[in-house]
Design a protein around this ligand. Structure first.
Ligand code: SF4
Length: 259
């Protein structure tokens, strides 16, 4: 199926289902995906074996800053400032070795040109235990962290993490936020390599809810696939079922939104 890479460092704005008018920043190389996960639904395609974070040519912080400033000046003069400056793109943004300094300069530019915008980071939480990454995440307005499974088995099947990121580490990283975070969860069904993929089973949902009780997020974003996926035999989870799962989250006293 047809997946795609972002070929720019600063992209958009795009009108996002979740973030409104979102100006995207892709801290990953423009010619390949770099990620510590290999999610079976990733819109950027599969993670190559040698592309989990080392040996890559990262965009330079001063170049990123200049491109973002230019784009914000253009948007301001057009009267179309973003609702969110969103770190996403061709993989896991926190893998950039100078993530902290990039976040600091982005916040300065936001304050100067678009004070009404929030700065959002989408992350898979594999690096949140690193002091520099955690400091950066604490500086931004919205840290949206991925949790797609209740059990380790389903985590391995859906997210296909690098070996350095066991499920227990992801859960402990999510606990570091003391509830000051948003969880995003992709629900998906299908088959891959002869194995059933389904994180909507009673066991998966109940164990996932148990994790949410421990993590205490401010918000849970629930969604299903909306674009082509690298695994060809995946199916969307219908909105009715997503709404039921959101209802179970709300019963815990945690806000949930279905997108
Ligand atoms: S964490 Fe995000 S970028 Fe990485 S493989 Fe999963 S969906 Fe793709």
């Amino acid at each position: 199926m047809s997946t795609f890479l972002f070929n720019e460092v600063v992209f958009g704005p795009v009108r996002s289902r979740r973030f409104g008018v979102s100006l995207g920043i892709n801290l990953l190389p423009c010619d390949r995906k770099v990620c510590s996960f290999n999610c079976i639904y990733c819109e950027c395609g599969w993670t190559a074996k040698d592309n989990s974070g080392t040996g890559n040519s990262w965009p330079d912080p001063s170049t990123i800053e200049a491109m973002l400033e230019q784009r914000l000046i253009e948007m301001k003069s057009n009267g179309e400032l973003p609702n969110s400056i969103t770190f996403a793109g061709n993989g896991e943004p926190t893998l950039h070795p100078q993530f902290l300094s990039i976040i600091k300069s982005t916040i300065s530019l936001r304050d100067k040109y678009a004070p009404g915008a929030i700065v959002t980071v989408l992350s898979n939480a594999t690096t949140a235990h690193r002091p520099d990454v955690f400091e950066a995440l604490m500086l931004v307005d919205s840290h949206v962290m991925k949790l797609d499974a209740g059990t380790d088995e389903t985590y391995q099947r859906i997210n296909q993490p690098a070996s350095s990121s066991p499920f227990s580490k992801i859960l402990s990283n999510l606990m570091l936020f003391n509830g000051d975070l948003t969880i995003q969860t992709m629900f998906v069904k299908g088959m891959l390599d002869g194995q059933v993929i389904d994180n909507t089973t009673a066991l998966e949902v109940s164990t996932w809810l148990d994790h949410l009780v421990q993590i205490k997020p401010q918000l849970v974003m629930i969604y299903s696939i909306a674009r082509d996926t690298p695994a060809s035999d995946l199916r969307i989870v219908e909105r009715e079922q997503l709404n039921k799962i959101a209802g179970l989250v709300e019963e815990l006293g945690i806000k949930a939104e279905v997108f």
